[in-house]
Design a protein around this ligand. Structure first.
Ligand code: FPP
Length: 255
């Protein structure tokens, strides 16, 4: 296809193979660039979201195949409600379609699916499907996929602070003894390790309210490739790049 390898800038680089014995434990992705992908093809933006949702399935399958433990994707932010109604409706339909499909596949593929974010404003049929995927995920030990839906890092931190304040009010917690671990345990991601690698396609160089607390020591990887075109080669390049970095967590290099 003419636009298959469309880049905002730059060209196709040489394929790389990461070391599969040293994969990051948790990769998180901001699935950005669907709209621009569609506009470049004179298609409606909603076609870009469909292409993006198909790519999400391909990348999640690939992550499962290579033995990744955790994959988190940013699918819909607390700010995305401000988009035109037809676009929001189209994205919600894609979620519904995916959740129905996931209900038939989670057990077979041994995958855990967790929706992260405030699900209260979502439609009742989507919330019912989320309850069903939670049930079907129980006991699965393969790839753990988190889909961030109506998610915002600040809103998540505020909700965690409210939970802690409630515990203090109930006399369950002493304010002086609140630890970072107590705080983590009140986030939507409780029990899930922090992301090691956060990938943002589409050329934007910002975090956009994604995993603000959890990304404290994440390694970032930015690429100009638009999300629907972010393929195996791109994922492997991001992982190999991550594997070449030295993570010091504020300390110094271990010899
Ligand atoms: C950002 O690209 C993308 C979104 C706000 C929606 C993401 C949704 C999907 C990938 C589809 C549904 C996902 C699942 C899990 C089934 P953008 O629209 O901001 O792109 P632009 O910056 O080029 O306009």
């Amino acid at each position: 296809m003419k636009f298959k390898n469309l880049r905002i800038f730059g060209g196709r680089e040489k394929p790389v193979t990461p070391d599969f014995s040293r994969l990051p434990q948790h990769i998180a992705i901001i699935m950005d660039g669907n709209g621009r992908w569609a506009t470049a093809r004179a298609l409606p933006r909603t076609a870009g979201h469909r292409a993006g949702s198909e790519n999400f399935r391909r990348i999640a399958t690939l992550c499962n195949d290579i033995g990744l433990k955790y994959l988190t994707v940013y699918a819909f932010s607390t700010e995305n409600w401000s988009r035109p109604k037809n676009e929001v409706d189209a994205i919600m339909s894609l979620f519904k379609e995916y959740l129905i499909e996931a209900c038939g596949e989670l057990t077979k593929k041994n995958i855990t699916l967790k929706i992260i974010g405030d699900t209260a404003p979502l439609s009742e049929d989507i919330r019912e499907l989320i309850r069903e995927t939670d049930r079907l995920s129980l006991g699965n030990t393969g790839l753990h996929v988190n889909v961030c839906l109506n998610y915002g890092g600040r809103a998540e931190i505020v909700r965690a602070a409210q939970t802690l304040a409630q515990k203090v009010r109930n006399g369950e917690l002493n304010p002086e003894q609140i630890s970072a671990a107590d705080f983590s345990a009140c986030l939507d991601t409780a029990g899930i390790p922090d992301p090691d690698l956060i990938i943002r396609p589409s050329g934007e160089l910002r975090i956009s309210n994604f995993l603000l607390w959890q990304s404290a020591y994440a390694e970032y990887y930015f690429t100009s490739v638009l999300w629907p075109d972010f393929d195996q080669e791109e994922l492997f390049r991001a992982i190999a790049d991550y594997q070449g970095r030295s993570r010091r967590y504020g300390g110094i290099e271990k010899r």
